[in-house]
Structures are given as structure tokens and as C-alpha cells.
Design a protein around this ligand. Sequence first.
Ligand SMILES: Nc1ncnc2c1ncn2[C@@H]1O[C@H](COP(=O)(O)OP(=O)(O)OP(=O)(O)O)[C@@H](O)[C@H]1O
Ligand SMILES: [Mg+2]
Length: 154
Amino acid sequence: MVKLLELNYQIKDIDAVAQQVLDHITSKTILFYGEMGAGKTTLIKSLVKLLGSNDEVSSPTFSIVNDYKVRNESIYHFDLYRINDEEEALNFGFEDYLYTSNWVLIEWPQNAQSLMPDDTNIIEISHKNEDSRSLKLSQKPNINPVKLQKAAKF
Ligand SMILES: Nc1ncnc2c1ncn2[C@@H]1O[C@H](COP(=O)(O)OP(=O)(O)OP(=O)(O)O)[C@@H](O)[C@H]1O
Ligand SMILES: [Mg+2]
């Protein structure tokens, strides 16, 4: 794993943290790890806003995926919490969303781990205490350099 960014933050800093994340990412597909209430959706809300979408971000726990519009692109926001395995993800067409040029932000990727592409970035959020969190942004070591160049535009 190649570390791109590591920081601690409080909720008041969320937009600055989201901007830091956008400044350091190398992929438009980002997997969000962290226990319930860690702050995955909260960070995604801020990222979607900073990417320029006015759409309201809500937790797609029941719908599995939300599609926010930004200019001529989509931001696909997945919450795989209610998915039990890879087969369930394949059944709703998960893979059709992955290999496009759109943004893909995935909460609970571990519920369909083997379907996650290699050229992703990974965000791990954990509780430091009640009112602060730690965040680590990293990239898989075998990421394809051509894909990196594509992401570098953003
Ligand atoms: N840095 C922070 N410091 C303190 N509180 C935070 C921080 N980031 C997020 N929170 C709070 O923690 C809660 C996180 O909720 P959120 O829905 O974002 O979690 P989640 O990781 O998406 O959980 P789930 O797995 O259930 O989807 C929110 O109440 C939010 O205000
Ligand atoms: Mg969430």
C-alpha cells in the first residue's frame, strides 16, 4: 500500500479535509473503510459538494447506489452494507458502474471485496475519540500508471 495522506480531524474541519483528499487522490474510484459511524458518509457529502454537485447526498443503504450529477459526469455513491456477498452485488449490476470514467465512492467495499478493481484509492477512517477521527488515504501498489494519469486531471 502506498500512503498518500494521513491526518486527524474534527467535524468542523471536514471541508478542508475533503479538499486535502481531492488534492492527493490518484484514482476516481475510492473505497471507504471504517466502522459504523466512523464518518464515511459525512466525508463523501463534503467531497460531492467540493466536486461541484448540488445534489443532496444521503446514505444509500437501502437503494445501494445514489447517482449525483456534476457537469457531464456522475458520482456513484455506493453503500454495500446490506450486501452479503459478491453474487448479490453482481446481481444488481455493480460491475456496470465500475468501468466507466465516472467517480465511484464505495462504503463497505469489504462486503464484495473481490469485485473491487485494482486501480482504486483507499480511505480508512477510525475513531480517535468522541470528537475526532483519523484518516489514511492510500493507493494499491499495482495501480496502472495510465489510469493514474487520467485521474491526475482532477
Ligand atoms: N472528524 C469527526 N469528528 C467528530 N465527529 C465526526 C467526525 N466525522 C464525522 N463525525 C460524526 O460522526 C458521525 C458519522 O456518521 P456517518 O454517517 O458519516 O458514518 P458512516 O461511517 O457513514 O457510518 P455507516 O457505516 O453507518 O454508513 C456523524 O454524526 C458525524 O457528524
Ligand atoms: Mg455511511
